[in-house]
Design a protein around this ligand. Structure first.
Ligand code: AHR
Length: 335
């Protein structure tokens, strides 16, 4: 890795440690809930678990990897998994949670599609003694309505994307932004974190910001509209995920500009497609967001069922990748 990259990453790690050390330390909660197994005399094993999982959909490469991780881990561990795909609709996710409550599963895992609107159904789960673990995405509900959140620090991902963008553009850029699903935790936090850092750079301006719904197709469509509107004025693109960045890369090439050169591009996820784009020189950096949450999820679920204390937040450990390292890293990527 080049020295400049190492220095840059050290700077980011130092900035990461500050806030994590002060305010974002995971707190311990014993998560006692009726039906959680806390009162049983015999400890349960993975083969005893019945888990309901309300996945939000299949919108991206990231989500596909996340689903595979949950399903494969359940199979490996011998857990009985009841998996429902809500196909990008909150009402379907709510219905799935209600089904799992009726079925009296041991634990419900859910990646809430948006942050709000969960209080009622989570309260129903709590009243029925079925603990909820939030996986990948947070929900804006009181902390007593879920036992743990397992997932990324999306705010920090947004901050890191802005730090990298400032580095790549020497602090001077006209940025367009492809936002994720409106109202989702990653879209909200990646939007906010990015702006927090940009506030320190006078020369970096966001000239437009629209949702591409975390999909490749929408990323391409919205980027084409940005290009029609602003043409060569655009010097940088911030995409809230790799899929939208890859769609946008197509639109930029169709418009006749060089992605990664005429327009610097930073995205989030670090999926295989992003590494391929970096190798081709079309993407300048990707901030990792780890979807391989299956093993940690079932470990947490087992602890909950056995009444063991678990952290209220289990943050994923994540990195940042640049084109220089892409060829070496790609063969090791699992998603
Ligand atoms: O919640 C994680 C986000 O959801 C990923 O960044 C995105 O690719 C996915 O669809």
């Amino acid at each position: 890795m080049k020295n400049s990259r190492i220095l840059f990453l050290v700077a980011i790690v130092v900035s990461l440690l500050g806030p994590m050390a002060c305010s974002q330390q995971p707190t311990l909660s014993s998560s006692p809930q009726p039906g959680s197994g806390q009162n049983s005399n015999t400890e349960k094993g993975y083969e005893d678990l019945i888990i309901g999982y309300a996945q939000l959909g299949a919108e991206s490469e990231w989500r596909a990897a996340n689903t595979i991780s949950i399903k494969e881990t359940a199979e490996e561990l011998g857990v009985e998994l009841r998996f429902l795909d809500a196909q990008q609709k909150q009402e379907n996710q709510i219905e799935a949670v209600r089904k799992f409550i009726v079925q009296k599963v041991d634990v419900i895992g859910i990646s809430p599609i948006v942050e709000t609107g969960w209080d009622e159904v989570f309260q129903e789960a709590k009243d029925a003694g079925v603990p909820i673990i939030l996986v990948d995405r947070r929900a804006a509900v009181p902390e007593d309505l879920y036992v743990s959140y397992l997932g990324s620090d999306f705010l920090e991902e947004g901050r890191n994307a802005a730090r990298i963008m400032a580095y790549l553009t020497n602090g001077k850029a006209n940025i367009v932004e492809l936002v994720g699903t409106i109202g989702s935790a990653p879209a909200n936090d990646r939007y906010t974190g990015f702006r927090e850092i940009l506030a320190g750079y006078r020369g970096m301006k966001i000239i437009d910001s629209q949702s591409g719904d975390f999909t490749r197709a929408r990323g391409r469509e919205v980027m084409a509209v940005f290009l029609q509107k602003y043409g060569n004025k655009i010097t940088a693109l911030y995409a809230h995920n790799d899929d939208m960045a890859l769609g946008a890369i197509q639109a930029i090439e169709e418009y006749g500009l060089k992605p990664g050169v005429d327009i610097k591009i930073v995205s989030v996820d670090a999926a295989r497609g992003a590494f391929e784009a970096m190798i081709e020189g079309k993407l300048n950096a990707t901030v990792e967001c780890n979807p391989l949450l299956g093993p940690q999820f079932f470990e947490l679920a087992l602890k909950v069922v056995n009444g063991e204390p678990i952290p209220k937040w289990v943050p994923s450990i994540e990195s940042i990748f640049f084109p220089e390292d892409a060829s070496e890293v790609l063969p090791t990527r699992k998603y």
